[in-house]
Design a protein around this ligand. Sequence first.
Ligand code: HEM
Length: 135
Amino acid sequence: MCDAKVLADVRADISGFSGDLGAVGHALFVKMFQRPGVQDQFPKYKGKSVDSVKAEITAHGKKVVAQLVDFAQKADTSDMSGMVADFISLHTKNKIPHASIAAARDDIISTLAAHGMKSASWGAFLDFFFGAIKY
Ligand code: HEM
């Protein structure tokens, strides 16, 4: 179970956020794609300029951030096993090792901070999330 203070801290950041989750998602993917090899793991984006897929990575990044938000909001009250199973099956189907997911930790933290979600508890929350989706 995730520490109650950690969940409370990240929820406070989420409820204080009034911007656009798509902009957060776009910034996250631009940052992730700066690490060698990451963009190539997405068949849809491989070999394309980041600018030319701006609309797609915005929509995709928004889903990624929304999933983290959803997890933060439900992790202590709901059965997350269906979401976890879907996450694992989607990423294993796309041949993404767990280590590649967890490698996005610092990119996620710095992107959220750049959009005002600066709690020091995001690291602990992400560690909990990465543990929950371990395969
Ligand atoms: C905590 C981090 C992450 C979350 C919450 C997350 C979540 C998601 C979600 C919700 C989708 C489904 C999107 C849709 O239905 O259209 C997805 C797809 C996918 N994710 Fe992740 N993801 C994360 C990290 C990563 C990382 C780091 C990689 C690769 C290095 C990755 C690779 C993929 C791929 C290849 C797909 C399939 C995309 C496609 O169908 O075109 N994910 N992810």
